[in-house]
Design a protein around this ligand. Structure first.
Ligand SMILES: [Zn+2]
Length: 57
């Protein structure tokens, strides 16, 4: 489950679980499930952090 932090000035988007319901950035528990746009943002950042793949051919 991807969560979005609701704390003012944080808005951190992260992959959490039912057990982990605290923001890893600010430590607050004011979270809500991320919406579609926030999930897209999360995956864009997540994939950008991975090393680029070489294309064969
Ligand atoms: Zn936060």
């Amino acid at each position: 489950m991807i969560y979005s932090c609701q704390t003012k000035c944080c808005h951190y988007i992260f992959l959490g679980s039912e057990q982990q319901r605290a923001c890893p950035d600010c430590g607050k528990t004011q979270l809500r499930p991320a919406n579609a746009a926030e999930r897209a943002e999360f995956f864009r950042r997540y994939t950008a952090a991975l090393p680029p793949r070489r294309r064969s051919g």
